[in-house]
Design a protein around this ligand. Structure first.
Ligand SMILES: C[S@@+](CC[C@H](N)C(=O)[O-])C[C@H]1O[C@@H](n2cnc3c(N)ncnc32)[C@H](O)[C@@H]1O
Length: 386
């Protein structure tokens, strides 16, 4: 099958995780960009990207590249493309525009010009033009202009991949699903040992962990925009879907989700039921400050309140208590904590062995990794000498 360039958009800080995911689905010439990864693949890789990638948001397929110095050139060159081979006149479309450089300054206007080019081409051929539907289009295009370099891509995804569909109820400040999945993949959790989110909120980490452990593709129960294109290969898609379903496995890992707030645990459980992952997760109403791991090799992932969207009386004291409990009860385990509150993170009182910069929505965050050893540093050095 013919190979072409594909661009997967992602979140800041997850580019390298996405590169690793792409290697597993047969992508080649992989190149991390800013909040995106460029790679090459055939139609199979394109479909698999939408189905399997946990840290991608949108999969774009560039279809047209040319140079234009003004709107007339943009319109003329866009009109030359055989849009009628891609989709039918009775399908609705929407176009997003992004411009940088000083030749084109209005993103909305460039989108409008390309829309006019497509509509006029259809009208000249069929005496009828496709309608625009900004909210729920069948086909979505993306026009990107960097100075005079125009790239027009098809959005092959449709509704963003991050919207997995299981999270219909949220507690305060939930993490985006691709961010939660990205943090789990960054942690290197082995999918077999204990996984513990002691501040689970709406359950995103535990649900994503169960999806990963069972090899369940995040996009198994949804539709994608590529299915509406004239170039859609139904037979290939059914083969990929069947293969993916056959590769789903049960997990023996202990995956735990608890929260001090009873309603959060109820919501997390309902979300897990919707994702069909509830049978792999142990839910509990518990204060993390007094929780313990069930085994000595747990991966703990916490997204405590930051004090931004959730106001708490003694936020700093709570971070101190998280650190105290980790030191006291989690020897042998690894803890990963994400927060935008850097002052509070310092109060954990443990030296992070790794720091990763991420964004939770617009909030700049740090993800800190803590390796929890038994005893003090001095005692460990002494033990090693004996
Ligand atoms: C930022 S939210 C977590 C959001 C979650 N990651 C999600 O995606 O929905 C923080 C959670 O910590 C919980 N929490 C606060 N203090 C806690 C404690 N001492 N023990 C357990 N949970 C706690 C809150 O109830 C809240 O659900």
């Amino acid at each position: 099958m013919e190979k072409f360039q594909i661009i997967a958009k992602t979140l800041f800080g997850l580019e390298e995780v996405l590169v690793e995911e792409l290697k597993l689905i047969g992508a080649t010439d992989i190149e991390p960009l800013n909040r995106a990864v460029s790679y090459y693949g055939d139609e199979e890789v394109l479909y698999k990207s939408n189905l399997h990638l946990r840290t991608a948001l949108t999969i774009l397929k560039p279809i047209l590249e040319f140079k234009a110095k003004n709107e007339t050139e943009l319109y003329m060159k866009a009109k030359e493309f055989k849009w009628e081979e891609l989709f039918n006149v009775d399908q609705t479309l929407s176009i997003d525009g992004f411009a940088s450089g000083d030749l084109f300054t209005h993103s909305k206007y460039i989108a409008l010009k390309v829309k006019d080019a497509i509509a006029d081409r259809f009208r000249e051929q069929f005496e009828i033009r496709p309608n625009v539907d900004v909210l729920n289009p069948d086909i979505k295009f993306n026009v990107h202009i960097a100075t005079d370099k125009v790239t027009i891509s098809i959005d092959t995804t449709g509704e963003q991949l991050g919207k997995r569909g299981y999270r219909q109820e949220n507690v305060f400040a939930p993490l985006a699903e691709p961010l939660a999945a990205g943090i789990i993949l960054l942690s290197g959790w082995d999918k077999e040992s204990e996984f513990f989110d002691g501040m689970c909120g709406s359950g995103t980490f535990a649900i994503e962990a169960a999806l990963i452990a069972t090899n369940t593709p995040p996009g198994l129960n949804r539709n994608f925009a590529f299915e509406k294109l004239n170039t859609f290969n139904e037979e290939l898609w059914q083969k990929i879907l069947t293969e993916a379903k056959e590769n789903v496995v049960p997990t023996s890992a202990t995956i735990r989700a608890s929260d001090v707030y009873k309603k959060a645990v109820h919501i997390a459980r309902s979300n897990a039921e919707r994702a069909n992952m509830d049978k792999w997760i142990e839910f509990d109403i518990a204060d993390f400050l007094h929780s313990r791991p069930k085994t000595s090799k747990a991966t703990v992932i916490l997204n405590p309140p930051y004090g931004e969207r959730i106001q708490m009386r003694d936020l700093l004291g709570m971070y101190q208590e998280i650190g105290n409990n980790l030191k006291k009860n989690f020897a042998g385990c690894e803890a990963w904590i994400i927060s935008s509150n850097i002052e509070a993170l310092k109060l954990i009182g443990l030296k992070p062995s790794k720091k990763v910069a991420l964004f939770n929505g617009k909030l700049e965050c740090k993800l800190h990794k803590f390796e929890l050893f038994r005893g003090t540093h001095k005692e460990r050095v002494m033990r090693r000498r004996i």
